[in-house]
Write a protein that binds this ligand. Structure first.
Ligand code: PLP
Length: 355
């Protein structure tokens, strides 16, 4: 692979490939042999390297552990029948990581460090990319503060790392969700649009309360009025009502700008659906459920692509959505996205990088 940056590579002397059971992959459990690392110090990203996946050495006063300057990305690589690697919209992940970085006072990563680090790593761990349809390599880039200093201020040093995990078919059975009108995921002016570790930490407790009541996920509402549907768990959420696809807009800064969300909206428009980027209110949702007008509801995100919603709890009532055969749109869009990601159709949108 052609690179222009100096990336020092230390290969593992003991690959874990043979002991990995590719037929029984659990999401996030099997980690590939190598990781990419870059250090930020004296105002620049340096020491680009690939090393065996191994523990980190941290001081107890490491500022991330106390004040949480930590952001991440999630994306996937696929293999086609010819054994080529296909990366889906990695440039969008690179840009989003930097948008998160700015909000969290973390120095941005130059695009070439992100892309060359990533492609060099994927090339080295090519054998870890599953070649079965539905399987893929999950990629986790992240940046965190490394100052050994307990004062509250943006850290002066950071680590940027990428590691990867082979993952199996992430078909999720249709989920049940509860409309959450007490707890808040994101408030205007806050960090909801950033893929920041702290957003996840804050969402665990409300999610756990819903799980204790028997629901898989929450449907988050806005922090001010709790009347507008924002996201579902850690996915964007979409509703099909009267053949119109509705999803929350991103201008409030409280919605994570999902790349799957964007891809689904673009494909929906190409398919001739009317797309409305606007807030669906809780009462609109409730009325649609009462009338049986809600045709489909689903979460969108890199891990599952589409997670169908089977049950919605709102204002004390559980509503069942129409059963599986009627997922007319979401099944079609999932198939179209898979065809693009696995290289079964030509990439006409510039979404695939192949090597
Ligand atoms: C990552 C994420 C999503 C989905 O983004 P994709 O780019 O589609 O994977 C949606 N909501 C939240 C809160 C997220 O963190």
């Amino acid at each position: 692979m052609k690179t222009t940056l100096q990336i020092n590579i230390t290969k593992t002397s003991k690959s874990r490939l043979q002991e990995t059971d590719f037929d029984n992959l659990v999401f996030g459990k099997s980690i590939s042999d190598h990781m990419f690392v870059a250090d930020y110090k004296n105002g620049e990203w340096t020491d680009l390297r690939i090393e065996p996946y191994a523990p980190l050495h941290l001081m107890p006063a490491n500022s991330t552990l106390h004040y949480g300057q930590s952001i991440f990305e999630g994306m996937k690589a696929y293999k086609n029948e010819a054994g080529e690697v296909l990366l889906f919209r990695a440039d969008a992940n690179q840009k989003r990581l930097n948008e998160s970085a700015v909000r969290m006072c973390i120095p941005e990563i130059p695009a070439e460090i992100f892309m060359e680090g990533l492609t060099t790593l994927l090339d080295l761990d090519r054998a870890w990319i599953p070649n079965k349809l539905g399987h893929s390599l999950y990629i986790r880039p992240f940046i965190f503060a490394t100052d050994d200093y307990l004062g509250v201020r943006p850290s002066e040093t950071y680590k940027f790392m990428i590691f990867t995990c082979p993952v199996g078919d992430y078909y999720s059975k249709p989920v049940s969700v509860k409309v959450e009108q007490k707890y808040t995921r994101a408030a205007e002016g806050g960090t909801g649009f950033a893929k920041a570790a702290g957003n996840y930490a804050a969402s665990l407790y409300p999610a756990l309360q819903a799980q204790k009541l028997g629901y898989d996920q929450l449907l988050w509402t806005d922090g001010k009025t709790h009347q507008n549907i924002e996201e579902s768990g850690t996915m964007n959420v979409m509703f099909m009502i009267n053949d119109t696809l509705i999803t929350a807009p991103t201008h409030t800064g409280t919605i994570l700008k999902g790349i799957t969300r964007d891809s689904v909206l673009k494909i929906a428009k190409e398919m001739g659906y009317t797309v409305e980027e606007r807030f669906l209110t809780v009462s609109e949702l409730e009325n649609a459920l009462k009338k049986g007008a809600l045709q489909e509801a689903f979460g969108t995100g890199t891990a599952a692509t589409i997670a169908h919603i089977a049950t919605i709890h709102v204002n004390g009532t559980d509503y069942e959505l129409p059963a599986k055969p009627s997922y007319a749109f979401s099944h079609q869009v999932l198939k179209k996205l898979d065809d693009i990601k696995y290289g079964k159709v030509a990439d006409t949108r510039g979404w695939i990088m192949k090597f």
